[in-house]
Ligand binder design. Structure first.
Ligand code: FA5
Length: 344
């Protein structure tokens, strides 16, 4: 029995010595076979040797061999883990291995929809601009005729980033930036994100996208605004929609209107309709003739030039186009939803 014990000890030392020299998967596999192979592994042969011992010695010796077997198995597994996580230096990398497959990305449905909007306006001779999402009080409010303490600011107040900086509440500040830089004739659209202190519901988000439109030239009238918006909305949403201009108020346009389209979900028949609440109409945009005071603020002569502007909610409009009852789905990143829009 003493002899058996020292043989187990010797084998343990032999294994530990061999394991210390193992540096790759192939050597590890060889070592595993050498010790654990079912036919000729050292440990397997040891179990055979048990037969030569007395019935009293056998369980004690069996326990010793079993313990060594567990130790060998665990040590091999640990070394295998270490080999798998080792850093492969470039000269050792196997360049013949297939690369990792990355899933294809696709433009977000709202980006695709925005592009459609842009294309309709590009075809009418408009340019596209973008502007900062962090704005100053001057561009977001003051230059647009919202003096400090004006009540119209209340429903637009948003996240301030300091005394003077804020996340823009609409894309209209870009009207000012564009008119400061370019002189009429101006024909431009400005898509971008805007932010508001807002209670979230199926048609309201605290961050959403707008497209601003601005046209300034000689002899521009409200009829041009109506005609352009009608062409744009019918091209985007189909000939069947009805459009209505509802008198409204914006400090930077005079006269002002909210533009609604007929509800394509319930057509005004469902008092519980999540989009129109049974009214049959949903507001998509605000619009109006650029207030002469705003033109003066950017040194454009209101006696010579007139203009119109609009601001459209992209998510709201996309809801109509795709018949989606709740705009929050655009931001939930559910691939089952977004994949339906990917380009084929
Ligand atoms: C404005 O933001 C004005 N700047 C629009 C404007 C531009 C008027 C130029 C005149 C001239 P309003 O707050 O109504 O207006 O927003 C415009 C559109 O943005 C709405 O008609 C709606 O489609 C969308 N919208 C407004 N609030 C939200 C919201 N919380 N979530 C999603 N869409 C919204």
């Amino acid at each position: 029995m003493k002899n058996f014990e020292s043989r187990v000890d010797e084998l343990r030392k032999k294994f530990e010595g061999a394991l210390a020299g193992v540096n790759d998967d192939r050597a590890l596999e060889d070592l595993r076979n050498e010790f654990l192979s079912r036919k000729r592994g050292h440990l397997t042969l040891f179990f055979d040797d048990l037969k030569a011992l007395t019935p009293e010695e056998r369980p004690v010796a069996g326990k010793l061999v079993n313990e060594l077997k567990i130790q060998v198995q665990e040590a091999l597994t640990t070394r295998q883990g270490k080999l798998a996580t080792r850093v492969v230096t470039p000269d050792k990398a196997d360049l013949t291995l297939p690369g990792e497959k990355l899933p294809w990305g696709a433009p977000h449905p709202l980006m695709l929809f925005q592009e459609e909007i842009e294309n309709i306006f590009l075809a009418m001779g408009f340019s596209i601009a973008e502007g900062p999402e962090i704005e100053t009080d001057y561009y977001n409010f003051e230059a647009l005729n919202f003096p400090p303490h004006h009540p119209a600011r209340d429903s637009w107040d948003t996240l301030y980033l300091g005394d003077d900086l804020l996340l823009r509440t609409h894309t209209s500040p870009m009207q000012i930036r564009v008119m400061e830089k370019f002189k009429p004739p101006i024909r431009i659209i400005i898509p971008g994100k805007v932010y508001r202190r807002e209670a979230i519901d199926p048609t309201h988000l605290p961050m959403f996208c707008q497209v601003e439109g601005l046209l300034v030239d000689e002899g521009v009238t409200l009829a041009h605004l109506k005609g352009t918006l009608e062409h744009f909305l019918k091209t985007l949403l189909g000939d069947k929609i009805e459009i209505r201009f509802r008198p409204s108020f914006f400090p930077f346009t005079e006269p002002s209107a909210e533009v609604d389209i007929s509800c394509i979900l319930c057509r005004g028949k469902d008092p519980a309709c999540p989009i129109c609440g049974g009214t049959g109409w949903k507001e998509l945009l605000g619009a109006g003739m650029v207030d002469p005071q705003v033109l003066k603020n950017v040194n454009i002569d209101p006696e010579r030039y007139s203009g119109w502007a609009f601001g459209l909610g992209i998510e709201r409009t996309a809801m109509f186009r795709y018949q989606i009852a709740d705009m929050r789905i655009f931001y939930e990143n559910d691939l089952r939803f977004t994949r339906q829009f990917s380009l084929k």
